[in-house]
Design a protein around this ligand. Sequence first.
Ligand SMILES: Cc1ncc(COP(=O)(O)O)c(C=O)c1O
Length: 403
Amino acid sequence: MNWENLFASRSSRMVASEIRELLKLLGKPDIISFAGGIPDPDLFPTEDFQSAFSAVLSDERQTGALQYSVSEGYAPLRQWIVSQMETLGIACDIDNVFITSGSQQALDYIGKLFLSPGDTALVSWPTYMGALGAFNAYEPQYDRLIASGNRSAADYRQKAEANNSQVKFAYMSVDFANPTGETMDLAARQQLLDMSDELDIAIVEDAAYQSLRYDGEAIPPILALEIARKGNIDQTRTLYCGSFSKTLSPGLRVGWVCAAKEVISKLVLLKQASDLHSSTITQMAIQEVASKGFDRQVAKIHAAYRARRDCMLACLEKYMPEGVTWTKPEGGMFIWMTLPAHLDVSELLTLSVKTQKVAFVPGRAFFADGSNGNTLRLSFSQADEEEIDEGIKRLGNLLKDAV
Ligand SMILES: Cc1ncc(COP(=O)(O)O)c(C=O)c1O
């Protein structure tokens, strides 16, 4: 059987990431892993969820909890999100909010809604590799989004036209980005809005880490800035993608999109054709836990991750050789390192796992063109401070030899 003959052309861009395959091998107990980039399970609000699932299965919600429900999402959860959005300067109503199975599903739907084969998506360089994975299925071309640089709208347009393409959206992980940990400043957000207005494209604002700020001043979401300019969310071009994965639980798979109603109603049609709706009981439990203790949970996470970030930054100062630089994130889970240009981080990873028992993610996977082989991503979310010290010391030793 020659399956390749039967698969659609889009499947040729669905390749297993070498790194993901490699990372599967890293669950071994003797490895200190800074690779994962997932929440620490010890911080999950497990008891709150025990009570919430029990409540929604025993009170007046019980029949609905196990039943089909609407594609837009569970109304009380959407209402809670409306009030949360309000605190960020985003005035909206429930019809501007659409529940997805994680924000990853939102990225898939956005790819499906906007990208015909050959269309151009502007993405940061590096960008979240899961976004590239989601968009790749729709066979786009990518161009490099330089949010605060001097590339003009005309330049993006001309480049797309030269490739018989049309720019459809700009995608950014805005706060404490995956993978760099960096945050887009206010001027860059305003500049992106100007440029997107001129190009007449959508903005996909990935806010997966938005709640994870440990210090510094919060910067208004791009959607909030655009509402301030245009007066009303239904006049905006920004799709804000939120997630409960980094705050309450990634395993429950609940995220949302907040955007103009015209876009939301199209996304709802996609969901009807895809999985009908996200799990009803799960949305109910998330709503219960969020409305009873979201801020308390976020404060708990902040305290733990802030200490780990501080520890990792201090260890990097202490153990890294000259010629190695790194970002200093104000939140999130990631630090991005740049090594001297001649080093290949994929080779270093193999060596690091073998000889130092330390894992990280080579940066290449986060670039749409697979470039920048001298970069890597470290996550501080899962290791405790002792492991961070030991792991960064070992990595420092490896890099001293390599540099
Ligand atoms: C920037 C970014 N966006 C989206 C996601 C997807 O998260 P989820 O589908 O769990 O909401 C992740 C997950 O790591 C991420 O880092």
